[in-house]
Design a protein around this ligand. Structure first.
Ligand code: MIC
Ligand code: SF4
Length: 712
């Protein structure tokens, strides 16, 4: 069954007319990204061409996706909107709150026991307001969306930065904060600065050890963590068509790591195959009727430099496997150069843990390719040196993989742990033994992010991002700098052996199967459903609106922290153990900026309280200012708020009395989140002014007088 097929057909029915209007307005051949954007204008047919990177435009997305860690805050806000039902098809997915410890069944049950209150809340809110709910164990939001909801040419927003994964099926899917999702679910327009366009031409074909992941690891190395900011990345060319739909999803997924608004691919046979295999032949039929509109115009792909703001070309024939990291996803190292680079940088090369999973790389194809390496190692009698941990992307993938013997293969490798179909270690939901000792060590994983402390809370864990097949090879060799293309291993008989190249199946030859996919359909009429939030709950807290601006200037604001260097949303509002407070604004505010580095001392979570000169934790100092009625401000470096869509990173400072965040530059989602939550998000006119901010500064700003609202 295809969810919301009528909505999808409606979108396709209006495509020809809307694309024609866009073509006329823009006056030249169109990229795919432009077609999708212009067919989703809130106002209907395009009447003007928008300035890329300049115009603010209202859009009408087709659907909304939320995951449990962000849905709580989003839905608490939606409950204030006074609506009886969501205006567009929406889903929530329970995937972030389950910890990986022993193995799937036990961990899932523990996760349900520990998070019962939150899951019940989500289940009842979804039921009441017409939102589909995917229960714990059903899978990771973006894999479930790809398998069930994504459709070529559609537009979706989601309260998670990796919503962009759906670009693998040719969508424009964009990560947003909860407040943006609430606007759309309440039937309002969604505003976005019209993106710039980056074209990536892929030639050749993947071969040997190289996989789709290496395309984005390479692109991240070229563009860096902020190179995609404000842009949609559109992939095209024969190389693009040769990739599987889930491989395309991997590439789009990690586009979040270069700050891209989203990434996408034109509709092609790989998408047809994937849609059909996941039971959506009706989407293929509907899409085929407008297929010419679901990809960029031929002129665009023939002369990309004339139509994109930037063009990158990658030859898949020459691309080699990469490892990106540590601590940042854009530090790209070809596997062949790792020996030298690890030694030069003193990166630990012994590997204890190697993890496959996350929304980025947990598809059926990913598991088959990794399993082929494991099967080869077992056959050749090689004992693994590290533990391999696996989180399948969805129950459908897990069930099918189990049926096809892949889980048996993995389990033949000593020590392998199959965890729940959930985010797990990718979001710090990992009870890694010994992590508290904070020893310097390296891990490899197929996730997308590797910021400090993210997976196991240990600031000294050097995490490297790579493809699932490389993760498997490194698990077996136990060495970060193992190059399977050239290096050999010694098996249990003392013989020198070499791992064979990975092989895999794009799709299961016997089709996908699942017994219980974990979906809960909402009630047709939810008006009688009561959503209970206990007043003394430590996990959930009903929201009260923030006080509106009093119209006055900000006077006497104290500097709360001047953050130095990388300050991602993980630094501003850490995940892992703090995920339990995602529905309780006051409690989660106790993690506000605790990971940010104080520019004056280079310490974390220690700032000067200007009221009494003491040094205290950031949330305590913020609360002290708030209690004294003193406003505060935060100063930051480049790409401030990089990473997650979590609006807690904006709501917490707002809740604690911070009035403005002044930085050298922002990551897109975080900047919007700050503004949506009623904060001033400002950038220095002159970057060097960052250096002028002093530890004991009090800021009185003439800024508000200059804002248009101030005079109205
Ligand atoms: C992440 O990968 O950091 C998360 C957890 O999925 C976040 C959302 C969140 O913080 O809940 C994201 O990427 O937006
Ligand atoms: Fe979950 Fe990790 Fe994907 Fe975020 S990046 S949605 S935490 S699997």
């Amino acid at each position: 069954m295809t969810f919301d097929i009528d909505m999808i057909r409606k979108v396709y029915n209006r495509y020809p007319e809307r694309v024609a209007a866009a073509r006329e307005a823009v006056g030249k051949p169109l990229t795919l990204a432009e077609k999708i954007l212009y067919t989703h204008l809130w106002e209907g047919n395009a009447t003007e061409a928008f300035g890329r990177g300049a115009s603010y435009v209202d859009f009408a997305p087709d659907r909304v996706a939320m995951q449990d860690a962000t849905a709580q805050m989003a839905l608490l806000q939606f409950m204030q909107a006074g609506k009886s039902k969501v205006a567009v098809p929406s889903t929530a997915h329970a995937d972030h709150l389950i910890q990986a410890r022993i193995g799937a069944d036990k961990d899932l049950q523990d996760g349900i026991n520990k998070n019962n209150e939150v899951f019940n809340f989500l289940s009842s809110v979804c039921n009441k307001y017409g939102i589909g709910f995917w229960k714990p164990g059903a899978g990771i939001i973006h894999q479930v969306v790809l398998e069930n909801y994504a459709f070529p040419g559609g537009m979706m927003i989601g309260t998670d930065s990796h919503t962009v994964n759906a670009g693998g099926l040719g969508m424009v899917a964009i990560g947003v904060g909860g407040a943006d999702a609430v606007d759309v679910m309440a039937g309002m327009a969604w505003e976005l600065k019209f993106p710039k366009l980056i074209g990536v031409k892929l030639t050749g074909r993947l071969n040997g050890w190289t996989s789709a992941k290496d395309v984005i690891l390479k692109v991240a190395g070229i563009l860096t963590v902020k190179g995609g900011t404000g842009a949609i990345v559109e992939y095209f060319g024969e190389g693009a068509e040769s990739l599987s739909a889930t491989g395309k999803g991997t590439i789009c997924n990690m586009g979040a790591e270069i700050g891209a608004t989203t990434s996408t691919f034109g509709y092609d046979d790989s998408m047809r195959r994937y849609l059909a295999a996941t039971g959506r032949q009706d989407v293929v039929d509907a899409a085929d009727a407008v297929a010419e509109h679901l990809t960029g115009d031929a002129e665009v792909y023939a002369n990309p430099e004339q139509y994109f703001d930037q063009v990158i070309e990658i030859n898949l024939d020459e691309l080699t496997p990469h490892l990106n990291g540590p601590f940042t996803p854009d530090l790209a190292t070809p596997v062949a150069e790792m020996k030298e680079k690890a030694a030069a940088n003193d990166w630990p090369t012994d590997i204890e843990w190697a993890l496959i999973g996350s929304c980025t790389n947990s598809s059926y194809e990913d598991l088959t390719r990794a399993a082929s390496i494991v099967a080869d190692a077992v056959e050749k009698g090689i004992a693994p040196k590290a533990i391999l941990g696996i989180n399948p992307g969805s129950e459908q993938v897990r069930y099918t993989a189990e049926r096809d013997g892949l889980m048996d293969t993995f389990n033949k490798l000593e020590g392998t742990r199959i965890f729940t179909n959930a985010c797990g270690p990718c979001i710090g939901q990992w009870a890694r033994e010994g992590a508290e000792k904070q020893e310097k060590n390296s891990i490899v994983h197929s996730f997308n992010r590797n910021f400090a402390k993210r997976a196991d809370g240990n600031p000294n864990t050097h995490a490297f991002v790579t493809s699932p097949e490389m993760v498997a090879a490194i698990a077996i060799s136990g060495k970060l700098d193992f190059n399977p293309i050239t290096d050999t291993l010694i098996n249990t008989n003392g013989e020198e052996v070499k791992l064979a190249e990975p092989t895999g199946h794009e799709l299961p030859s016997a089709g996908f199967a699942v017994e219980d996919n974990g979906y809960q359909a909402p009630a047709a009429d939810g008006s009688g459903i009561n959503v209970a939030v206990a007043p003394d709950s430590q996990r959930l807290q009903l929201l009260a609106p923030f006080a509106p601006w009093d119209g006055a200037n900000i006077e006497g604001a104290k500097l709360l922290i001047k953050a130095f260097g990388k300050c991602t949303t993980d630094h501003i509002s850490m995940a892992g153990p703090w995920l339990r407070y995602r529905g309780h604004l006051d409690n989660i505010s106790n993690n506000c900026l605790i990971g940010a580095v104080n520019a004056y001392t280079e310490a974390t979570n220690a700032v000067t309280n200007q009221l009494d000169g003491s040094v205290d934790e950031v949330p305590n100092v913020a609360r002290a200012y708030k209690a004294a009625g003193v406003p505060s401000i935060v100063v930051g470096d480049h790409n401030y708020g990089e990473g997650s869509s979590r609006e807690h990173a904006a709501m917490e400072p707002r809740h604690l009395g911070v009035r403005a965040v002044i930085v050298k530059s922002f990551a897109r989602i975080h900047e919007t989140n700050l503004k949506k939550q009623g904060m001033l998000g400002l950038t220095f006119d002159n970057e060097a002014d960052y250096d002028l901010i002093q530890v004991d500064d009090t800021l009185t700003s003439p800024i508000l007088h200059r804002l248009p609202q101030a005079s109205s």
